[in-house]
Ligand binder design. Structure first.
Ligand code: KIV
Ligand code: NA
Length: 273
């Protein structure tokens, strides 16, 4: 049974979240029993082949969230609002969020940052029944402005800024907040100070939940070892090997075999001569 926002907020066990971008990925995650799915704009990096999340559009997220929803109808599904879709005023933010919710069946949306525009959008959406997940610390959509994809909140000013960002996102009505790539003990302080769940990625073990990009935990890309992720499989290497085996069998004449082929009666075939 799909969990509700109040259930997620009251959870006493660690919340488990992974990304999903399509039907099989979402189906596998639901079968594995995760609490939340994220149709992240990491879609751009791990599925669409871009080198950042910035080119991902609202239509991209909608297309993929629809597929993910079909694969996991019973799992709470959060869709990322892409870069630029929630920064130009509350009317645009609300209209875009409503499109995502209506067209995909997502249960909530996620927005990065704590600028006045993002906080205002968070307020408007939550006030009008769209659950919002916040996201502070490293913000991939605008990482260039943060000095690249690096740890946030290491010095006092930075740490205070991340804490304040998390508090303001909570105050604006978010039901949970992602903490991305910040020191573990800062994440602990933030988790203790907030009443909404913190969901960490590269933020240590003290958060109330964890999120990983599924392609990272599955080891889809060979040679990419990220400190913030752990590889629980080597799916990329397995995929290459499986396709290599298939190619070798086609070339060697062993696939398809009799068991992969259909039969026709002799008398039917004879009539063709
Ligand atoms: O897009 C994404 O996958 C994310 C998670 C890493 C939190 O935002
Ligand atoms: Na994202």
């Amino acid at each position: 049974m799909k969990q509700t926002v109040p259930q997620l907020m009251a959870a006493t066990e660690p919340l488990v979240m992974v990304t999903a971008y399509d039907y099989p990925g979402a189906m596998h995650a639901q079968q594995a029993g995760v609490d939340l799915l994220l149709v992240g704009d990491s879609l751009g990096n791990v599925v669409l082949g871009y080198d950042s999340t910035a080119p991902v559009t609202l239509d991209d997220i909608i297309h993929h969230a629809r597929a993910a929803r079909r694969g996991a109808p019973e799992t709470f599904l959060v869709a990322d609002m892409p870069f630029g879709t929630y920064h130009t005023g509350v009317t645009d933010a609300m209209r875009h969020a409503v499109r995502v919710i209506q067209q995909t069946g997502a249960d909530a949306v996620k927005m990065e940052g704590s600028s006045p525009e993002v906080l205002e959008a968070t307020r408007t959406l939550t006030r009008n029944g769209v659950p919002v997940m916040g996201h502070v610390g490293l913000l991939p959509q605008t990482a260039t402005a943060q000095g690249g994809m690096k740890v946030q909140g290491r010095d006092e000013a930075g740490a205070r800024q991340v804490l304040e960002a998390a508090l303001s996102v909570q105050e604006a009505g978010a039901f949970a907040v992602v903490l991305e790539v910040i020191p573990a003990r800062l994440a602990r302080v933030i988790t203790e100070r907030l009443h909404i769940p913190t969901i960490g990625i590269g933020a240590g073990p003290h958060c109330r939940g964890q999120v990983l990009v599924t392609h990272d935990l599955l080891g889809v890309y060979e040679g990419q070892h990220k400190k913030i992720a752990k590889r629980y499989a080597e799916i990329g290497a397995q995929s290459v090997q499986a396709i290599r085996d298939y190619a070798a069998e086609v070339r060697g004449g062993t696939f398809p075999s009799r068991e992969n082929s259909f039969v026709i009666r002799d008398d039917v075939l004879d009539k063709l001569y």
